[in-house]
Design a protein around this ligand. Structure first.
Ligand SMILES: Cc1cc2nc3c(=O)[nH]c(=O)nc-3n(C[C@H](O)[C@H](O)[C@H](O)COP(=O)(O)OP(=O)(O)OC[C@H]3O[C@@H](n4cnc5c(N)ncnc54)[C@H](O)[C@@H]3O)c2cc1C
Length: 616
């Protein structure tokens, strides 16, 4: 082994208080602790670390290697650990910094698609919202052809992930059901509820939206308080590397190791994964399985670089086709949002002051560092999950557009249509999420320094479409197919009228919220888009100029029957292979009405049980 004991010890300390973790983390310097493992996991992100840890616990004699392209970050990296600095790491050193192709229906705009390139993956960058969708949405995964993946199973595994901590100040938040304890990821509801956030839930109530205090238990509908993946003991981010704190010594992690492809060998039972090849040509051998946990954009990239995907595409990239699997990289779905921003009346101090008022920011940082409540604790905890009837009074208009948008041959589209039409479930499935954001988080920008409006305080209401009918793709770049080159990401935003009309209706509804008491009583006026944007045409134009991603891409290695463009079966095995699996967000077949990390962790927990059962 070429890793010095010092390097190993330093990295272990970085990742674990006291450095007592059993799993060994090695920075790649040309070699690895061994060349052969039982299991090789590609990607030390959300799913990869959760899966590796649980697999190692269930199979203590198995040797497990995790290969992560990014580095292990230093201890307490502020941009990662301090909730109030969320977002500051985007397009920084821990980000793959992906971009979409120019999106035709939004004026050719290119949208940033941040993804974690660091041990911990996208949980290092994410915005820490911790929630779940409606029961019927997980049940749909089973109904679409995936035996064993309904709500009951998913909830069981999602609960293993977390340790929800109720603080003395959180009695009002409910959350007595549908939350887990004893898991490695710490969750809690913000201890800070800023004065400007307090009117949000009463305002939703005045619009006829009831408060729901148990929104993580299969019914997210209503105005809700939700937790964040934040540790209540010191208000730092709790994220995927914390799984390693409970991992055994049979887990080896190698960082700075970019996998280019899986090595396959043909057998009578199908293609067998024998290991992986790194960017520098190093080969690691797997005696049992190779598992891709490289995320929605890069698990399909690795499959294609291996020769698994659409034959014509592979040929055009000079890759020898091994398995023709047309679904690889298709079925890309993403949550999109639009926002409206309002100036607060004098007397309110919003999150904006952390960036515009150095004295205030320093005071808040001093409070944070001394363990006192501080704006740097805050992540946001007020949301509303709504259906079209609640937003529009009738869903007839949206149903007509949905019927036009849904392809009869697409089980994914038909599932989304059933979320809107099936009388047994439609009232309980959110189509829109409203997110209350303290401070300005819009698109045109905070007023410039030196301008009279600099120093103004804002709130922003974000409206997120939960089930869009536009679907896109991610594929290798034929001129440079393998990682670390970026894949070609085309989400096809607003390709369907349903989606663009939905965004118009969402803007109108966000404005309605802002015009309703008690929220309206604390607002001076609309900052963005502003009063000049009035007609549907003007709102659509605003949407096209500003709509963006909530960073929830899924579906590109979909768990679906093979004849329905599936990539993996319900055991997460790639069709046509004997021992190659995918375990990450890419296997989620249909969008859910939630921020997706709880589902991704839950998939990893379930995968560890499924796969270990085959070896114990
Ligand atoms: C900015 C942002 C905000 C978000 N906010 C929220 C939120 O508030 N709440 C929520 O629930 N969800 C949120 N999400 C989404 C959520 O974090 C992700 O969906 C989830 O973490 C994805 O997990 P994953 O395991 O699929 O991929 P990742 O966690 O991204 O892990 C993939 C890993 O594979 C590695 N990798 C990739 N290619 C290779 C290769 N060739 N060789 C070796 N390693 C490789 C990557 O470096 C990465 O570490 C957010 C995401 C982002 C980016």
């Amino acid at each position: 082994m070429l890793f010095t004991p010092v390097a190993v010890a330093v990295l272990a300390f970085v990742m674990c208080p006291g450095g007592s973790m059993a799993a060994a983390i090695h920075s790649r310097d040309g070699s690895a602790p061994a060349a052969t493992y039982d299991f090789i996991i590609v990607g030390g992100g959300t799913a990869g670390l959760a899966f590796a840890t649980r697999l190692g616990q269930k199979l203590p004699a198995a040797k497990i290697l995790v290969l992560e392209a990014g580095p292990a970050p230093p201890a307490n990296e502020p941009g990662i650990s301090i909730p109030g600095l969320k977002g500051s790491t985007l397009f920084g050193p821990y980000d793959w910094k992906f971009l979409t192709t120019p999106q035709e229906k939004i004026n050719g705009r290119v949208i940033g698609q941040s993804r974690g390139r660091v041990l911990g993956g996208s949980t290092a960058l994410n915005f820490m919202v911790w929630d779940r969708a409606a029961k019927a949405e997980y049940d749909a995964w089973e109904d679409i052809g995936n035996h064993g993946w309904a709500w009951g199973t998913m909830l069981k595994y999602m609960l293993k992930v977390e340790n929800y901590v109720k603080t003395s100040s959180s009695i009002v938040f409910g959350l007595n059901k549908g939350v887990g304890t004893g898991g490695p990821i710490q969750t809690t509801v913000d201890r800070i509820q800023p004065p400007q956030q307090l009117p949000f839930i009463p305002t939703m109530n005045n619009l006829g939206i009831p408060t729901n205090l148990e929104s993580l238990n299969g019914n997210p509908m209503g105005a809700v308080y939700q937790p964040s993946n934040i540790r209540a003991s010191n208000y730092t981010r709790s994220w995927a590397p914390e799984y390693l704190w409970i991992a055994g010594s049979n887990i080896h992690i190698v960082t700075d190791a970019t996998v280019q492809k899986v090595n396959l060998q043909r057998t009578s039972k199908g293609q067998q994964a024998t290991g992986v090849t790194l960017q520098d040509g190093t080969v690691y051998t797997a005696t049992k399985e190779v598992v891709l946990s490289a995320g929605t954009f890069q698990s399909p990239q690795i499959l294609e670089a291996t020769g698994i995907g659409q034959t014509a595409l592979l040929t055009s990239a000079g890759i020898k086709p091994i398995l023709n699997l047309p679904g690889v990289g298709e079925n890309l779905q993403d949550h999109i949002y639009v926002s409206v921003a309002y100036r607060l009346k004098p007397g309110f101090t919003s999150f904006d002051s952390l960036t515009t008022n150095a004295t205030y920011a320093a005071e808040q940082m001093a409070l944070y560092q001394s363990g006192q409540p501080s704006a740097f604790d805050y992540n946001g905890s007020n949301f509303a999950f709504l259906n079209w009837n609640q937003i529009l009074g009738t869903d007839a208009f949206m149903l007509r557009l949905a019927a036009l948008a849904a392809l009869p041959t697409s089980p994914v589209d038909q599932t989304k249509l059933s979320f809107l039409t099936n009388p047994a479930i439609k009232a309980g499935i959110p189509q829109v999420e409203v997110l209350f954001a303290d401070g300005y988080t819009g698109t045109k920008g905070y007023p410039a320094a030196g301008s009279p409006a600099y120093g103004n305080q804002y709130i922003t209401l974000l409206g997120i479409l939960q089930h869009s009918f536009s679907k896109g793709s991610v594929h290798i770049d034929p001129s440079s197919p393998s990682a670390p080159s970026p894949p070609i990401i085309d989400p096809n935003y607003l390709a369907k009228d349903y989606d663009s009309q939905a965004m118009i209706q969402i803007v109108k509804y966000l404005r309605k919220i802002a015009k309703t008491a008690p929220l309206k009583n604390i607002l001076v006026g609309e900052y963005e888009p502003g009063p000049a944007v009035l007609t549907d045409a003007q709102i659509l134009s605003y949407v096209k100029d500003t709509v963006s991603t909530l960073w929830h891409p899924i579906g590109t290695c979909a768990m679906l029957p093979k004849d329905k463009n599936g990539v993996v079966d319900c055991n997460l095995k790639v069709y046509g292979t004997t021992n190659l699996r995918v375990v990450d967000a890419s296997i989620i077949p249909v969008q859910i009405s939630a921020h997706i990390q709880t589902a991704v962790y839950g998939i990893a927990e379930r995968a560890a049980e499924l796969i270990s059962n085959g070896y114990s």
